[in-house]
Design a protein around this ligand. Structure first.
Ligand code: HEC
Ligand code: HEC
Ligand code: HEC
Length: 407
């Protein structure tokens, strides 16, 4: 029976071949999900889309900005309260064009203005990964924004004025490594979303090196080595800072400690090297941030410095050294660029609230900076002014009023 034999043969091969084909498909799918998880790490989607102590990606985290407070939405596959009903194309439109599934514009509080540089392949991988996280039924609608930011359709106007969808264009003059770094830094890792200044409409300002603001901190510019730039750093030092959270006098603090902890330390060494390579190559630009807040008059300066010195000797010297040179317990304040930034916000916050560099594989148990809640605003102005102007440091003085406004 040749026909039967043929059938039998077909069936037999189908049985043999199909599972192999299915296996190949599912291996591809697994590979895509693993890649998606990695890319979601690189973009730190979880950092914003997870409330403190909440379920991963279930939203609810409140993000304060100068336009009001955003509540990050639930992006788990729950169909009712998450993005379970979003198709792959819907998701691509969100990441690439800044459109939600219903066609309305997204706020750039979700950094689609950077994510737009990501390839379709990478965005699809993130989508595939997000389909696999546990669905959580949790309503997260309702930002608390001021007019006119509160009118979502106006974002369409904003997009028309300030937003151009990607994709990333590789620079053929540069190495593959540099291009990989540029792709991550400008795109999924959205470094410039915090580190570049914006004007009062929230549009990127393009005048030299001026940093941005994030969660009540100043994010110094990556375009100048006087701020947060890695120009002039060795590749090794830069990689150590980005992956380990500390290098030389620099320590990642505040929101940056979270970025290292939640995102950068999980990236491959190759990717962090590529990012460092790209950052090192950014053209050095002149710092254009003006001194924030008010300074004190020449006449009051001596008094303030004396008061600051007394506090330093009492409260800081044991850890930061007799002349700010640092000890094993804490970094140098002398020559430390983070201390001298024109915007003193971070220094004021660190002294008042304390904080830790991130715990990472390279530096699993970082020493912490203790908080000093008992220092009065005048004391903080004195100690900040003192460390900004001693041992060769040439930062601007800081008034009590400026400390008072840094809340
Ligand atoms: C800096 C914080 C932040 C990061 C990082 C971030 N998001 Fe968002 N995301 C938000 C906020 C805030 C919104 C709400 C925006 C709005 O209402 O227009 C949002 C909205 C969204 C939406 C639309 C959901 C809806 O129901 O309308 C999706 C999808 C989304 N984000 C996915 C992602 C993915 C994927 C990543 C990582 C690649 C990511 N986000 C990273 C803050 C963030
Ligand atoms: C959520 C906002 C935010 C994002 C996103 C962000 N940063 Fe930062 N970054 C900050 C803030 C705030 C500081 C200042 C605090 C500090 O000095 O650690 C900072 C500091 C830094 C410093 C300087 C540390 C020092 O003391 O010299 C470097 C370098 C840096 N960031 C690199 C990056 C890179 C690279 C990325 C992208 C992978 C990135 N940042 C993404 C907010 C951010
Ligand atoms: C118990 C030790 C200790 C004491 C006391 C202490 N610090 Fe710190 N400080 C640290 C550690 C640890 C860090 C985290 C960065 C690092 O690893 O060096 C830090 C960070 C800082 C930073 C941020 C440096 C940067 O690169 O971002 C400043 C500014 C600072 N301290 C100032 C002070 C001042 C002013 C006092 C006194 C009022 C003080 N510290 C007292 C341990 C200490």
């Amino acid at each position: 029976m040749p026909l039967r034999a043929a059938y039998a043969f077909l069936l037999y091969t189908a049985v043999l071949v199909l599972p192999v084909g299915a296996l190949a498909v599912s291996a591809d799918a697994d590979e895509q999900i693993v890649r998606g998880e990695y890319l979601a790490r690189a973009a730190n989607c979880m950092g914003c889309h997870t409330a403190h102590g909440g379920e991963p990606y279930a939203g609810g985290r409140r993000l304060g900005t100068e336009f009001g407070t955003f509540v990050a939405p639930n992006i788990t596959p729950d169909p009712g309260t998450g993005i379970g009903n979003w198709s792959r194309d819907d998701f691509w439109r969100a990441m690439h064009h800044g459109r939600r599934a219903d066609g309305s514009p997204l706020y750039p509080a979700c950094p689609y203005t950077q994510f737009t540089q990501a390839t379709r392949e990478d965005v699809d991988a993130i989508y595939a990964y997000l389909r696999t996280v546990p669905a959580v039924d949790q309503e997260t609608r309702g930002h608390d924004l001021r007019f006119p930011a509160s009118v979502r359709p106006l974002q369409r106007v904003w997009q028309r004025l300030y937003f151009e969808p990607g994709p990333f264009e590789a620079d053929p003059e540069q190495s593959e490594e540099w291009n990989r770094g540029a792709y991550l830094v400008r795109g999924l890792s959205h470094c410039m979303a915090c580190h570049d200044a914006r004007d009062r409409f929230g549009a990127p300002r393009a005048d030299g090196a001026a940093g941005g603001h994030a969660q009540g901190w100043y994010a110094p510019s990556l375009r100048s080595s006087q701020e947060a730039g890695l120009q002039g750093w060795s590749l090794e030092e830069g990689v150590a800072l980005l992956r380990g959270g500390r290098s030389g006098d620099a320590a990642m603090m505040g929101p940056m400690a979270d970025i290292v902890h939640d995102s950068l330390q999980h990236l491959t060494e190759d990717d962090v090297r590529a990012m460092t390579e790209y950052l090192r190559s950014l053209p050095e630009q002149e710092v254009t941030t003006s001194v924030r807040g008010t300074t004190v008059s020449e006449g009051r300066l001596d008094e303030l410095m004396e008061r600051g010195q007394a506090i330093y000797e009492n409260r800081c010297m044991d850890c930061h050294g007799t002349s700010g040179q640092g000890t094993v317990a804490a970094s140098a304040l002398a020559g430390n660029r983070a201390v001298m930034l024109n915007d003193p916000t971070n220094v004021i916050r660190i002294i008042r609230d304390g904080g830790y560099p991130p715990s990472t594989e390279d530096n699993p148990r970082p020493f912490g900076m203790p908080p000093f809640p008992d220092l009065s605003e005048a004391d903080v102005a004195a100690i900040v002014t003192y460390i900004r102007r001693s041992w060769g440091n040439d930062g601007a003085s800081v008034s009590t009023a400026t400390v008072g406004r840094t809340r």
